[in-house]
Design a protein around this ligand. Structure first.
Ligand code: FMN
Ligand code: SF4
Ligand code: SF4
Length: 288
């Protein structure tokens, strides 16, 4: 398939999708294909660059693409039947019910006049509640360039890769929309402790503009989509959840640090896990 230009529309809460976006950008550029990398949190749908191929790249929250991504796609200008690929990024991989995570996004894109030609899942270290074993997290970063290369090859070869998730997974994804309410309640209950030094970073970087500085202390509104950016990016670790505390990883989440560590790890022939089937999707992805 001849694609001279590609627009990569991405959103990232805690940096892993951004890391994958940079990998895609690098590899398309190396192949002489012009790529426009645009962050959905920073542009409006009417400013999306028109290219030969559109790629959507988004983390999944509660079995569907992030709310910010889905809202953005619903407002895209007419796609005029241009091709689009949907790439999801998850912590758990292509297992039930994640398999249906792209279904709503594909529907919105079709309604906006796009031709969905390809979908796939990238797996990155989970930022939510629990993680696979440390060596597997690093392995996910080690194999990323290879996974991206395969995706680009398949796109350029014109492979039509579309999945048909089971009804049960589709149903669960439909109920996943309740995450919007969950995120709202979670965010309203975030608070900044006295360790806050009023640097303002969280206010500036919240993709939903949900944080305001009031009397020198960040205050959280109802617009949160629980991306966890503010929680993990605060240098003082001053933002804490008032409820659903277990979703925040105790040791934080620093994708740049993990990538530096991963760069020292050679790729292995096969990966093994001591935690049984719990990370089945990660193991399948790593050993494919
Ligand atoms: C609120 C929330 C819900 C999540 N739900 C899922 C999920 O349903 N399935 C999954 O595999 N990963 C889930 N994750 C993990 C993220 O998709 C994963 O860590 C991703 O790499 C985060 O991307 P980012 O760093 O670009 O924000 C969730 C993360 C958050 C914050
Ligand atoms: S990023 Fe942390 S230290 Fe900075 S204003 Fe927000 S809560 Fe305070
Ligand atoms: S308040 Fe924090 S968790 Fe909620 S959307 Fe903003 S940055 Fe993300």
């Amino acid at each position: 398939m001849e694609y001279n230009t590609v627009t990569l529309l991405y959103f990232s809460g805690t940096g892993s999708t951004e890391h994958a976006a940079s990998c895609l950008e690098r590899q398309f550029t190396e192949r002489g294909i012009k790529i426009h990398k645009q962050n959905m949190a920073k542009i409006s749908p009417s400013n999306v660059e028109v290219s030969d191929l559109l790629i959507i790249l988004s983390p999944i929250y509660a079995y569907r693409l992030a709310e910010l991504t889905e809202s953005f796609l619903k407002k895209l200008p007419d796609g005029k039947q241009r091709p689009v690929a949907v790439l999801s990024v998850s912590g758990g991989g292509e297992v039930s019910p994640n398999t249906a995570c792209r279904v709503p996004a594909k529907r919105y894109l079709t309604r906006r006049g796009y031709d969905v030609v390809y979908e796939n899942m990238l797996v990155m270290p989970s930022n939510f509640a629990t993680q696979a074993e440390p060596h597997l997290n690093l392995a996910l970063l080690t194999v990323l360039p290879e996974k991206v290369e395969t995706i680009i090859n398949e796109l350029l070869e014109g492979e039509k890769r579309l999945t048909a998730p089971k009804t049960k997974d589709r149903l669960i994804t439909t109920f996943g929309v309740a995450e919007h309410l969950g995120g709202s309640i979670f965010g309203k209950n975030l608070y900044a402790t006295s360790d806050c030094n009023q640097c303002g970073l969280c206010v500036k970087n919240c993709p939903k503009k949900n944080i305001k500085m009031v009397n020198g202390r960040p205050q959280f509104g109802w617009r949160c989509m629980w991306c966890l950016k503010c929680v993990y990016a605060c240098n003082r670790r001053a933002i804490l959840p008032g409820i659903m505390k277990s979703i925040v990883l105790k040791d934080g989440y620093d994708i740049k640090k993990m990538s530096r560590l991963a760069a020292k790890e050679p790729k292995q022939e096969a990966y093994t896990s001591k935690s049984g089937d719990q990370w089945e999707g990660v193991m399948k992805y790593l050993n494919k």
